[in-house]
Design a protein around this ligand. Structure first.
Ligand code: N01
Length: 555
């Protein structure tokens, strides 16, 4: 395996290219690789100074993947998937970042990536059918196509808490962690938030800090990860099955993960059988807890059985009954917020140096230079604050770019009441602008690697077809987009998901429209829809020589 070192120096920015790719995470890297393979000129702009996207930024203690690494990895290169040795069932962030760097080096991608460069603006020039892309260093790049590989969980959200700027101790956000080790030894630390990032970092911070105070607004359901080193035999056995594992993940699974498909609902089993099945999954660990039965996301009574099981587990693990009660989620169905997986999260609250504070009942009033003050006047003295407050998910990173399509319309204006896309791939009025794992696609509800590869392949194939047929512009038709948005909403409404105030719904951002953003129909179903659309001549898209598209769009 290679070290995290560039092997080829970046070349200066191109003044024009076929495709501008925004972001050098797993989506941007593979997009670049595919486009190069087809002979397109492409240029990636990345605001960080390295590849890896979400894995570049999220360096908080305990950060690791919640999909098993043998599956959370690229499948496009047989050599790559055979040669890379994942060391653990769920790789930690440094190893995933090494993998991203290995891929960039192995496929010689760095020469077309410009680091430390944000894309600030992209304006579609209707006269020339080209995008004019403005970079943070002031350069302008012209491109026929723009691909937003900006990531769904990459725009860290600072909470709007009075006095935060005046806190004199160190402040960290899990989503934008420093690149050096942070040692909490000898410090009184506060963690605000109890989502996946907090649940992974809290047990580790608790081991270091003099005292850790966790400020919880909403408790989360969490399942043990049961992380463990992978042996050579386990890796070999998995690799031997890769053709089937990858096929299943792409075509059959709802969430892009190879696992057993449940054939019955939770209420079809007697209580004792149900408990035995939940217990077996709890012992196995991981996200597949939610696929014990086929109706946990659909039927409230079925869901209650799984939620109740996890609540009982919390009672068993946490010794103080009051703390256990506070840690038990009961205001939303299990799985409707992204389920967490952890290592010793609940047990951490048995430590004498850890305190849980219920800020739903007693909210944070303000932050003083050396403490958090609660509504009842209590002051919690702190030396360091960790904000595990999440992201402006799915749309946040797109919204930071000033994107202007036909007639000068901005994407932010168009999406003011919620994101609108056709298939999550394009938005009407924004020709030749593609999104990878955008709202309206399975995206964050799936193994992101599977969804990224599917989108990249679809887009790359599409650009190849356009070139072969002499087509210059492509855009989503408005009626196709409306039909798709309605379908995405309808499928979501048939599930329990909209019942939770989740970031899937935009509920964590004050003022953000409440729309269930990802497509919940399943990755296999979705892939088939996309393939069928392409097979029918890219049905629902305007795809024609320049002058034809312009006339049609004007009607
Ligand atoms: O963010 P979150 P995250 N005052 O939004 C609380 C992926 N991920 O970074 O629920 C007080 O889930 C907020 O409270 P509430 C994964 O998909 C994956 O943890 O809004 N509290 C909540 O508790 C995940 O779902 C891994 O009431 C405030 C927390 O902060 C997604 O990223 C690891 C607050 C935010 O939780 C996001 O996870 C990490 C305020 N003003 C992340 N504002 C893997 O395992 C927010 N909160 C791969």
């Amino acid at each position: 395996m290679s070290a995290v070192q560039p092997i080829d120096a970046p070349t200066p920015a191109a003044a024009s290219c076929d495709v501008v790719i925004v972001g050098a995470g797993f989506a941007g890297l593979y997009m670049l690789h595919r486009l190069r393979g087809l002979g397109f000129t492409a240029r990636v702009y990345e605001q960080g100074d390295g590849v890896g996207g979400t894995w570049y930024w999220n360096r908080y203690p305990g950060a690791r993947c919640d999909v098993e690494s043998m599956q959370y990895s690229y499948s496009f290169s047989e050599d790559l998937q055979q040669e890379w040795d994942w060391s653990e069932r769920y790789a930690a962030q440094p190893e995933i970042l090494r993998y991203a760097n290995h891929v960039a080096n192995r496929f010689g991608l760095r020469s077309d990536i410009q680091f430390k460069t944000r894309v600030d603006r992209a304006v579609f020039d209707e006269a020339a059918d080209r995008w004019s892309v403005t970079l943070s260093d002031g350069q302008m790049v012209r491109a026929q196509f723009v691909v937003l590989a900006t990531g769904c969980l990459s725009n860290a959200r600072m909470p709007d808490i009075k006095g935060l700027a005046g806190f004199k101790g160190a402040v960290y956000h899990t989503g934008k962690w420093p690149h050096h080790d942070v040692d909490f030894a000898g410090r009184r630390v506060g963690v605000i938030g109890t989502g996946s990032s907090a649940i992974q970092s809290i047990p580790i911070i608790a081991e270091q800090a003099t005292h850790l105070t966790v400020f919880q607004r909403t408790p989360n359901y969490s399942i043990p990860a049961r992380n463990a080193p992978l042996t050579d035999d386990e890796r070999d056995a998995f690799r031997a099955r890769y053709p089937e594992v990858r096929r299943f993940a792409r075509e059959v699974a709802r969430n892009g993960i190879y696992t057993e498909l449940p054939d019955r609902g939770a209420l079809d089993d007697a209580e004792s059988d149900r408990r035995a099945k939940y217990e077996a999954r709890w012992q196995r660990g991981g996200l597949t807890f939610m696929s014990v039965y086929n109706n946990l996301a659909l039927d409230m009574a079925a869901n209650d059985t799984a939620a109740g099981f996890v609540r009982e587990k919390i009672t068993e693990i946490v010794k103080d009954p009051g703390t256990a009660r506070l840690l038990q989620p009961d205001t939303y169905p299990i799985g409707t917020k992204r389920i967490c997986i952890d290592t010793d999260y609940f047990a951490t609250f048995n430590r004498p140096n850890v305190t849980l504070v219920d800020i739903k009942a007693n909210p944070i009033e303000d932050i003083l230079p050396d403490a958090v003050r609660l509504a009842d006047g209590t002051k919690v003295a702190l030396d360091a604050l960790v904000l595990a407050t999440g992201f402006d998910a799915m749309t946040g990173s797109v919204a930071r770019i000033d994107i202007r399509g036909r007639n000068g319309q901005t994407l932010n204006h168009k999406w003011a009441e919620g994101p609108k896309t056709y298939l999550g791939l394009m938005s009407a009025g924004f020709p030749n602008l593609f999104l990878i794992t955008g709202p309206g696609s399975p995206s964050v509800l799936s193994n992101m690697m599977v969804s990224i590869e599917q989108h990249v392949d679809w887009i790359a194939d599409c650009l190849g077809v356009m070139r072969d047929r002499g087509l210059v512009t492509m855009e989503a038709k408005r009626d196709a987009e409306e039909t798709w948005v309605a379908h995405v909403n309808e499928v979501a409404k048939g599930t329990l998901y909209p019942q939770a105030n989740s970031w899937y719904m935009g509920a964590n951002i004050p003022g953000k429209p409440r729309v269930f953003m990802p497509y919940i129909g399943g990755v296999g179903v979705y892939r088939q829809i996309c393939n069928d659309v392409a097979a029918r001549g890219y049905e629902g898209f305007l795809m024609a020589p320049a002058e034809v598209v312009r006339k049609a769009a004007a009607v």
